[in-house]
Design a protein around this ligand. Structure first.
Ligand code: PEP
Ligand code: MG
Length: 582
C-alpha cells in the first residue's frame, strides 16, 4: 500500500480501478512488462509512430514554408534529422528487446538520455537543440499514445482517471458516466480538473507528486477527495476505513438534500441568493436538484471547446434559451467568452504566449475579434426574450473595456431592432471583478453596469501573483489572505454605494466557513458548483446576520490567511459541526 498526498479539490471518497492516461508532455512513462511474443508488436508500434510523426513534420514544414517563408521552415529539417537518427531508433528497439518493455517506456528512456547528453555539452548552440529534441520527442509520444486518447470516449467499465494533466479537450470527449474520480499530477485548486470534478460531483485531487507513475492500469486505488489522498493498492484495514467514510459522506449528502426547497436565509431573516456555476446546459438537472436559485455563472467558453468549428449564432441561441427557460423564474447570468489562460480552442488560432493568464484572453480577445463577440452577443440578446437572462463580461481591467463592450452590445441591439427580432431591451449587464485594478476602481466601473460578480479564482491569482494551476505554489493560493478579504469588502461596499447587487462566483464561495464570512460582508449572491450548495445553505441557515457580521469583522483583523482560515473553521464547528470533515 502507498499513500500519496495531493490538493483536495472535490470532496468525497471512492474505491475503484485506475485508468492511467499518459501525457506526451511528461517523459516519465510507466514501464509495462511485455511477453517475448509481444516484442515485434511493440517495435511495429514504435515504427508506426515514427512514420506518422515524419508525415506530421513534413506537413508542418510545408505549411510554414508556404505561409511564412522557406527560411523559417529549416528548423523542421533539424527535427527530421533527429527523427531519422539511426542510433536513437536502434537504442529504442534494443531496449524493447533487452528489457521486454513497452515502446513508450523505451522511447521515453532513450530520449531522456539524449537530454542529459545535450545538457552536458559546453556549446550554447548545441545545448539549445534540446528544445528541438523535446519537440520531436513529444510528437512521437503523442503518436505512441494516440490510440489511448480515443479510449476515453469508449471506457468499458467504471474507472478512476489518473493523469499528468487533464485538458478541457481531453475531458470534452470523455464518457463521463464511467468516471468515478480524477487524479492529476499538476494543477491548483481552481484548475479545470477541480471545476469538472465538482460539477460531476465526484472526488478529485490535483497536484499529486510523481509517485502516480507507479500506478498501472487496473490497479485498485482509493481517492479521498476530502483530504487529498491517493492510496495505491490499499490494505484491508484501509478499505474498511474508507468504506465507512464513504457511507458517512453519503449520509451527510442525503441529510442536506432536505434543505433543497428552503431559502438560504440567516436565522434573523437576511436572504442570500444561492446560485450555481455551470459549464454545460446538461448540468441543469443537477443544478435544480441541489436547489439553486438561478445560474450565477454560465461559462460559455466550453461551448467553443468541445468541437472543431465555431458555434453559430443559432446554436448558441438555442443553448442559452434552453438554460434560461429551464431556470425560470430564477435568473441566468451568461458570461461572454472567457478563452485563454488555461482554456484554449484549437479552431481559434490563438498564438502560444509566454504568460497566457496575462495575455490576449477573455474580453481582450473578444474586443479584437468583434465578429466572434457579436455572434455571441446577438445569441444572448435573442435568448433574453425568454426569461430573466443577464450578460456579464469577464476580465475587465478598466472602464474603457466596459464601454467598448457595451457599445458593441448596443450595436447588436440596433441590428436586432432593424431585423425585428425580439430581445429584452432592459437586459442587465454586469462586470466580473477578477483583476485587482477592477476591484480597486470598482466605484468607477459601477457607473457602467448593473451588477458585479467577484471572480475570486482569478482575483486571488492576480492579487497574490500565484498561478492558479501551478501545484508547486498552491500553498500560496490563499482565499483568506487579508489582501483578498479587503478587496472583496471594498468591492461590495462600492457596489452597494451605487445600489448595485454584488455576487461572487469563484470556488472559495463553496466553502461553508468562507460563505458565512461573505454573508457578514453583505454579499448578495453566492454562486458555486451545484454540489457545494447544500453545505453553504446549511451554514447560512445556522447563523444570524448579526453573528456573521461579527465573524467578518474579526476575520479582517488577522494578519495571515491561515489565521483567518483556522478562525473560520472554529466558527463553523460551533455553527454547524456536521459540516466539518473528520
Ligand atoms: C473566477 O475567476 O473566479 C471565475 C469564476 O471564473 P473562471 O474560474 O472561469 O476564471
Ligand atoms: Mg475568471
Amino acid at each position: 500500500m502507498k499513500r500519496l498526498k495531493g490538493i483536495p479539490v472535490s470532496p468525497g471518497f471512492v474505491i475503484g480501478k485506475a485508468f492511467v492516461l499518459h501525457s506526451e508532455d511528461s517523459f516519465s512513462v510507466a514501464r509495462q512488462t511485455i511477453t517475448r511474443d509481444d516484442i515485434p508488436k511493440q517495435i511495429a508500434h514504435f515504427e508506426d509512430a515514427l512514420t506518422r510523426t515524419r508525415a506530421e513534420i513534413l506537413g508542418v514544414r510545408k505549411h510554414i514554408a508556404s505561409q511564412i517563408g522557406r527560411e523559417h521552415s529549416d528548423i523542421f529539417n533539424a527535427h527530421l534529422l533527429i527523427l531519422e537518427d539511426r542510433t536513437l531508433i536502434e537504442d529504442v528497439i534494443g531496449l524493447i528487446k533487452s528489457e521486454n518493455c513497452n515502446a513508450e517506456y523505451a522511447f521515453a528512456n532513450v530520449i531522456q538520455k539524449y537530454f542529459q547528453a545535450f545538457l552536458q555539452i559546453d556549446d550554447d548552440y548545441l545545448r539549445e537543440r534540446i528544445s528541438d529534441i523535446k519537440d520531436v520527442g513529444r510528437r512521437v509520444l503523442q503518436n505512441l499514445y494516440g490510440a489511448e486518447k480515443g479510449v476515453l470516449e469508449k471506457l468499458k467499465e467504471n474507472v478512476i482517471i489518473i493523469a499528468h494533466d487533464l485538458s478541457p479537450s481531453d475531458t470534452a470527449m470523455m464518457d463521463k458516466t464511467k468516471v468515478l474520480a480524477f487524479v492529476t499530477e499538476i494543477g491548483g485548486p481552481t484548475s479545470h480538473t477541480a471545476i469538472l470534478g465538482q460539477s460531476m460531483e465526484i472526488p478529485a485531487i490535483v497536484g499529486v507528486d510523481q509517485g502516480t507513475i507507479e500506478v498501472k492500469n487496473g490497479d485498485r486505488v482509493i481517492v479521498d477527495g476530502t483530504h487529498g489522498f491517493l492510496i495505491i493498492d490499499p490494505d484491508q484495514k484501509t478499505i474498511e476505513e474508507y468504506t465507512r467514510e464513504e457511507k458517512r459522506f453519503t449520509e451527510l449528502v442525503t441529510e442536506l438534500e432536505k434543505l433543497r426547497d428552503l431559502p438560504a436565509e440567516t436565522t434573523d431573516g437576511r436572504k442570500i441568493i444561492l446560485a450555481s456555476n455551470i459549464e454545460f446546459p446538461d448540468e441543469i438537472p443537477s443544478v435544480i436538484s441541489h436547489g439553486a436559485e438561478g445560474i450565477g455563472l454560465y461559462r460559455t467558453e466550453y461551448f467553443y471547446m468541445s468541437r472543431g468549428d465555431l458555434p453559430t449564432e443559432d446554436e448558441q441561441f438555442h443553448a442559452y434559451k434552453l438554460v434560461v427557460e429551464r431556470m425560470s423564474p430564477h435568473s441566468t447570468i451568461v458570461r461572454t467568452l472567457d478563452l485563454g489562460g488555461d482554456k484554449f480552442v484549437s479552431t481559434l488560432d490563438v498564438p502560444h504566449e509566454m504568460n497566457p493568464f496575462l495575455g490576449w484572453r477573455a474580453i481582450r480577445f473578444c474586443l479584437t475579434r468583434e465578429d466572434i463577440f457579436k455572434t455571441q452577443l446577438r445569441a444572448i440578446l435573442r435568448a433574453s426574450a425568454f426569461g430573466d437572462l443577464k450578460v456579464m463580461y469577464p476580465m475587465i481591467s478598466n472602464v474603457d473595456e466596459l464601454r467598448s463592450a457595451n457599445a458593441i452590445l448596443d450595436a447588436c441591439k440596433g441590428e436586432l431592432r432593424v431585423e425585428k427580432i425580439k430581445f429584452n431591451e432592459k437586459i442587465q449587464v454586469g462586470a466580473m471583478i477578477e483583476i485587482p485594478s477592477a476591484a480597486i476602481t470598482s466605484d468607477i466601473l459601477a457607473e457602467e453596469v448593473e451588477f458585479f460578480s467577484i471572480g475570486s479564482n482569478d482575483l486571488i491569482q492576480y492579487s497574490l501573483a500565484v498561478d492558479r494551476v501551478n501545484e508547486k505554489i498552491a500553498y500560496l493560493y490563499e482565499p483568506t489572505h487579508p489582501a483578498i478579504l479587503r478587496l472583496i469588502k471594498s468591492v461590495i461596499e462600492s457596489g452597494h454605494r451605487k445600489k448595485l447587487p454584488v455576487g461572487i462566483c469563484g470556488e472559495m464561495s463553496g466553502d461553508p466557513g468562507v460563505a458565512v464570512l461573505l454573508v457578514g460582508l453583505e454579499i448578495d449572491e453566492i454562486s458555486t458548483s451545484p454540489a457545494m450548495l447544500p453545505k453553504v445553505k446549511r451554514a447560512i441557515r445556522a447563523v444570524s446576520f448579526k453573528e456573521a457580521k461579527k465573524i467578518a469583522q474579526r476575520a479582517l483583523e488577522f494578519s495571515t490567511g491561515s489565521e483567518v482560515r483556522d478562525f473560520l473553521i472554529a466558527k463553523l464547528k460551533s455553527i454547524a459541526s456536521d459540516l466539518i470533515p473528520e
